[in-house]
Design a protein around this ligand. Sequence first.
Ligand code: FPP
Ligand code: MG
Length: 307
Amino acid sequence: MVVTGQTHSNQASQFDLKGYLAVRQQQVETALDRAFPVVYPDKIYEAMRYSLFAGGKRLRPVLCLATCDLLGGTTDMAMPTACALEMIHTMSLIHDDLPAMDNDDYRRGKLTNHKVFGEAVAILAGDGLLAYAFEHIVEETKNVPSDRLIKVVSRLGRAVGAAGLVGGQVVDLDCEGKKDVSLDTLNFIHTHKTAALLEASVVSGGILAGGSDSDIQRLSRYAQAIGLAFQIVDDLLDITSTQEELGKSIGKDMNVEKATYPRLLGMEESRRQAEQLVESAKAEVAGFGEVAFPLMAIAEYITARKN
Ligand code: FPP
Ligand code: MG
């Protein structure tokens, strides 16, 4: 039988993603817990742990573990980087919720970090998580040649700095309340604020496993597509979901007159583009065969998710 990309795409839809995620998420939970014992000064470790264990889906770590696996690496090789990705993602959310940024009281159904620990400790908890993420990769990764580790640290630094998350957040804040935000600007915000870290998650797993340049480029295109789809779905959920389902305030984008995909393109077209991005993401990795089923199923889950 000739196995085409389409056949793989259909088979990937049957993949037990729920079971796969449950196993991976548990592995990440255990590793993160070990990485963060509470020591003196307890307050800052408790603040970091509060947000780190607030019920995140661990999507970035799972993506990193899945791509390392896909290219023949082991879970152990990728776990420190996987945990670091979650630390960075968590710190970005703690800072994003601060009064100086989005001024949010709830995240994942719980009070935001600064509401519980105060602004100063919340800022420091973010700083602590960010610094520890890089230390953790370098200190805890075993059995990976150091040239690969250097590449991972460099890609991750780029993804979080002004060329990535920070740059996207600055343009996002600049655009607040503006009525004439273009689609190009909106794409800039989200390729930097959201897609950059997802891309780093996917690509770092591939680098750790020793993937070729063309494998890494393929994974990068997959990740950029799911990153943008993820954001479009986020914008749609802000309109269609409930606070209980989402675990954070809804209708917020409307209230602050934020530029969003539904606002610029309409609901129908936004959903269509998200679905098209997911299809192109799946097509990028279909050629890897069955080992890519987790990545293909994760791409599908992004448009199907309810929170
Ligand atoms: C959520 O966006 C926020 C982000 C995806 C990242 C924001 C980035 C920063 C605060 C920069 C962090 C600094 C470093 C060094 C990484 P949102 O407000 O659109 O979504 P939400 O509704 O979940 O808050
Ligand atoms: Mg926010």
